[in-house]
Design a protein around this ligand. Structure first.
Ligand code: UT7
Length: 327
């Protein structure tokens, strides 16, 4: 019998209503629209409302993806949520999302995956293994964040970068192996964790001064590592699939900084018209950034059957990875 492959049969996303433009940030910290835009490509980001949680964003994106796929939530075999900003310590955000999608199942597992900005690609890779193994037929994979809740709003090196949002895909098993996820590639290097982390947490406890911990980043160093890792991931994916760079039709990169995106595109010789860019309007939404960008280009009708779509991301950990999909 021919092998199983994971096809993306629907995408969806959700953004909170509130927009925070650079001009408003410039009233909170010493910065300017000009500085932020020229260094990062960001004009504005979205911020979740009070009482709006990661699971709300995730469920909304999930509903949109299910609608696009034309299937009910009850027909899923598994829900995976990638997030760095779960509603609670437990239960998992995925369990809460399952409930919010109106499924009262005992059969359908739901769990979270945490790999910060590369989280969605880790979740996608896990889901792909379940489908290839024949364990699951349909899986909802979501990346969702309320990153605004772990920011130090007095630190201009980080608070200008991040935003909230969610993106999702529905995977379905297909026999034949011609279309769907061709390969995924994941990496981690914990030795450099100090360059990008939160300064407090559950086991380590609160940072000096209280609170639950906020993002601390040596931006310049992270920038260099991100460029290097994303470029090497592109090379690795091409090599694993025996493809030349001209055979990639779309690049959907993590949206942290337009300059990082441009360097990854350059490595592929890819014109920016075939690169999904949302960083100007979303900022860095961590695990949500890749599925949000993917949903945007899919809904714009820019991805056609047969296209090869390369997703690549880098984040805290460090963690990084890629996924190549044949549409
Ligand atoms: O998603 C996970 C991965 N994260 C990333 O990929 C983020 C990667 N890093 C970056 O995107 C960039 O490093 C930043 C946008 C965070 C910073 O840009 P940079 O060009 O690397 O600036 P820098 O950190 O080298 O700082 C240059 C100067 C400093 O001033 P001095 O010391 O030269 O006087 C900073 O204090 O810019 C200053 N600066 C700012 N000025 C105005 C830092 N942040 C700001 C700001 N507004 N918001």
């Amino acid at each position: 019998m021919s092998r199983l492959c994971s096809r993306i049969i629907g995408t969806g996303s959700y953004l909170p209503e509130k927009r925070l433009p650079n001009q408003d940030l410039a009233r909170m910290v010493e910065t300017s629209d000009e500085w932020v835009y020229s260094r990062t490509g960001i004009r504005e980001r979205r911020i979740a409302a009070e009482g709006e949680f990661t699971s709300d964003l995730a469920a909304a994106a999930g509903r949109n993806a299910l609608q696009a796929a034309g299937i009910p939530a009850e027909s899923l075999d598994l829900i995976i949520v990638a997030t760095t900003t779960p509603d609670l310590i437990f239960p998992s955000t995925a369990s809460i999302v399952q409930h919010k999608l109106g499924v009262s199942a005992t059969r359908m597992p739901a769990f979270d995956v945490q790999a910060v900005c590369a989280g969605f690609l880790h979740a996608l890779s896990v889901a792909d293994q379940y489908i290839r193994a024949g364990t699951c037929w349909r899986i909802l994979v979501i990346g969702a964040e309320t990153t605004s809740r772990i920011l130090d709003w007095s630190d201009r090196g980080t608070c200008i970068l991040f935003g909230d949002g969610a993106g999702a895909v529905v995977l379905e098993a297909e026999r034949g192996g011609e279309r769907g996820i061709l390969s995924t590639h994941l990496h981690a290097d914990g030795s450099q964790m100090e360059l990008l982390l939160t300064d407090g947490g559950i086991s380590r406890g609160a940072p000096a001064g209280g609170g639950m911990g906020v993002i601390r980043m040596q931006g310049n160093e992270v920038f260099k590592q991100a460029v290097k890792a994303m470029e090497s991931c592109v090379d690795e994916t091409l090599l694993a699939n025996n493809l030349a760079k001209e055979q990639i039709d779309w690049l959907v990169p993590h949206q942290a900084n337009i300059r990082i995106i441009q360097s990854t595109a350059k490595r592929l010789g890819m014109p920016m018209e075939r690169v999904a860019v949302t960083v100007d309007r979303h900022g860095n939404t961590s695990a949500a950034s890749v599925p949000l960008a993917l949903d945007e280009v899919v809904r714009a009708g820019q991805i056609h059957p047969g296209h090869r779509v390369l997703m690549v991301a880098f984040g805290g950990g460090f963690t990084w990875g890629s996924a190549l999909v044949r549409w």
